[in-house]
Write a protein that binds this ligand. Sequence first.
Ligand SMILES: [Zn+2]
Length: 169
Amino acid sequence: MTIPIDEDLLKKVAYIIGGEEAVKVVMTLKDLGEATDDQILANNNIKLNEVRKILFKLYNYSIVQCDRHRDEQTGWFIFRWRLQPDQLIGFVKNQKKRIRKIIETRLNYEKNHDFYYCNNPNCDRITFEEAMELIFRCPNCGQPLKHFDNKKIVSALEERIEILDKDSK
Ligand SMILES: [Zn+2]
């Protein structure tokens, strides 16, 4: 059974979740349609523990689903894994939303504060309120704090948001 699936997207998402080895696992599932831990193991050069860890990670993101059966002879549970290709796009969308939120928070912080800086690469920028309290001396190196123009940072952040928005259909 083959699943109609965006292979590039599948690889990308698997890589984000579990690196190279997760890519191997999902490609095996894609080829086999459905597989147990052991079958996945037989098709890859990955340790069983790793295979299970990866599968549960993928499961947590709903990229795979599984059925559990009890083996009549051993009494152990056997998991059968399958891809859930319809969840891929949702995963990507959620990741983008999350990243966008982080950038947006940062952007608002940059826009809503006035920064002061000693221009020493080892020191941090300081907000106006803090700089006032420090009487415009860097608390780290003791140099005077000067106004820092964050226009470039703001426009770089805005650009990243624009790219994300353009990208998400
Ligand atoms: Zn400093």
